[in-house]
Design a binder for this molecule. Structure first.
Ligand SMILES: Cc1cc2nc3c(=O)[nH]c(=O)nc-3n(C[C@H](O)[C@H](O)[C@H](O)COP(=O)(O)O)c2cc1C
Length: 189
């Protein structure tokens, strides 16, 4: 499993013509939702774009290279966050009824918390997808205002990043880029 998730798993650019079963997307969310977020705030909101209609709404807002990759991906998930995630804290963090007030009075803290935790949830989703046998290809090269206007017109949800999901075609992979060594990125104090 470590091989699949970390050592062999790659960011895919090309996709096999093989659909992703809707039940697998449910399973993917059911794993993702269990990973930790601060105060269990769970701000990520997902739109799995799998239909031709959905793709037609999404593709105009992607950078050219990303648009080409996404045209053939069976699914592109929009990872957004709920700017008013804290309204659900009475349900999600029931042992502290005051938690909603940590965020309701501070737009900056709420935004920071939503972005941090939805980014984490995006990472969890990618690792869960690999654990389920899917391949992933994350993308930040798109016009967020355009995606938000197309999918979240009431302004409550904001797009964080996009991620293609499916079964990758290894022919489309770039050579693996180097990573920083422990001594270059870490210290033990
Ligand atoms: C949040 C995020 C955004 C990314 N945005 C793009 C993108 O817009 N276009 C693209 O081609 N790759 C994008 N990538 C892919 C990275 O370049 C890739 O994950 C990195 O080079 C490591 O490649 P590897 O996973 O195959 O080792 C993104 C990755 C992440 C995690």
């Amino acid at each position: 499993m470590l091989e699949r998730i970390f050592l062999v798993g790659r960011t895919h650019n090309a996709w096999q013509n093989k659909p992703v079963a809707p039940a697998l997307l449910t399973q993917l969310y059911d794993l993702t939702k269990m990973a930790p977020t601060s105060a269990n705030c769970s701000p990520v909101r997902l739109v799995f774009v799998a239909s031709a209609e959905g793709k037609a709404k999404l593709l105009p807002h992607l950078m050219d290279d990303n648009r080409k990759k996404t045209e053939t991906a069976p699914v592109c998930v929009i990872l957004a966050y709920d700017t008013r995630f804290y309204e659900l804290l009475p349900q999600l963090f029931p042992h502290n009824p005051d938690a909603v007030n940590w965020f309701a009075g501070s737009a900056e803290f709420a935004e920071q918390t939503a972005f941090r935790n939805s980014s984490l949830q995006g990472g969890y989703l990618m690792l869960a997808a690999r654990a389920l046998g899917l391949d992933v290809g994350a993308m930040s090269g798109f016009d967020p205002a355009g995606v938000d206007a197309a999918f979240f017109p009431d302004g409550r949800f904001k797009t964080n990043f996009l991620c293609n999901l499916g079964y990758g075609d290894p022919a489309g992979l770039f050579p693996r880029s180097p990573r920083l060594a422990f001594d270059d990125a870490c210290e033990i104090v």
